[in-house]
Design a protein around this ligand. Sequence first.
Ligand code: 3SK
Length: 491
Amino acid sequence: YSDIPSSFNIASYFVDRNPGERTALLTASGPVTYGELAARVNQMGNALLELGVRQGDRVLLALSDSVDFVAAWYGAQKIGAITAEVYTFLQVKDYKYYVDYVSPAVVLADATTADKLREAGAPNLVSLDDPVFGRQPSTLEAAPTTKDDVAIWKFTTGSTGAPKACVLTARSPLLSFSWYAQGVLDIQPSDIVLPVPKLFFGYARDLTALFPFGVGAAGIVFPERTTVEKLFELIAEHRPTILVNVPTMMSAMVSHPAASEQDFSSLRLCTSAGEALPGELYRRWMDTFGVEVVDGIGSSEAYHIYLSNRPGQSRQGSLGQVVPGYQAQVVDLDGVPVPDGEVGRLEITGETVALEYWQAPEKSAETFPRAHTVRSGDLVTRDADGFFYYQGRADDLLKVGGVWVAPAEIENCLLSHEAVLECAVVGYQEDGLTRPRAFVVVSSEVSGTELQDFVRARLAPHKYPRDVRFVSALPKTASGKLDRRALKGAN
Ligand code: 3SK
């Protein structure tokens, strides 16, 4: 961190340093070079200046994935503004929340989001088809920003409450690039990255349009909703080397009838993050596609991924080891480290960690107990080799018959049943007592009793699901994570 020069601009570093003729982005209408992207970034930055945005102001991006999304993000960075992104399929009331909370100098919308944002009363709303973006010069001097300036807000929803912004400085993307993308993934100029989640989710944005740019590699952008068919098509067309994946999509991909016909030979690895990857799904993925999975865990609070497997050394069912640059501790409720093998909360220390949650001092003090440290809500164990194993969220644990039960353990057991494609276990109340309920997506006929017996035969007796619900799909959040809150609300 002390190696980063104090004067540092994210756009100058990640875009402008690259040779102009190299490909930065691959799109349906052809490749976009770094030279073309830099010119568009400058136009976007100039347009934001004309719209009155100044260094330190916030710009809210509500944009579908496109070259202009990437250019607008870097344009804002280049003039020293703070960027925050939101999903494009929110309800008017959600946009109203974000607009009030962020209080942005400008809200950037596109055809998908403009009407809803207008209805939400977004002030200073500008659509990307506004002529202001077309009449700008393609040169722009970077604002005199430093590594310690606040540059990025990443939203976190957590399992309860309204979304909060993690306030991050410019050093976070640079360190994360160096520690994770170079230190773990060994990202190379020849890499081509295909994201499963959309770019509003920092996991995907950084892996597609930030980390690759650190070495002059390329990302693929496409506006459409990500479906298995679309991914198969994009893999055949662009021959990516890295697939940025989430377990939900991995499950859908392995279950697709055309899975065995795909040529994934261009892929050197598939990252998995965003939610726990069940060991059983890892096995199915390897059997079907044979592309190495590099599972890890990250968060908006820590900026990006802080525990990860290493290519060539992945352990099934493990989150891997600490990403070099971070320190990890497993602590009890009082913050005291627990011995290896015992379940505790994960605490991560590293210079990428957010300064705070915006306008949430109490929650900030709880989550960021010391500078550069985040106390996550994730429960883990660590083994003697330093590999971490996910044990669920602290707030998802169920007390059944007086004993704590981790839903992840029951879910993993159910997933090892041949008929179960996806499942989630949450608590429900019966006669004033908490009991585990399983929601399952199956590929062939099986009864609830059979699944209950299956778990009974493998886990401690109190852990079997007292109720089994068959569903066609599990509810997901916009970033593709399981929406446990929606399941907890089911009767
Ligand atoms: O899983 C997450 O929430 C996350 C957030 C930001 C960057 C990376 C990840 C995996």
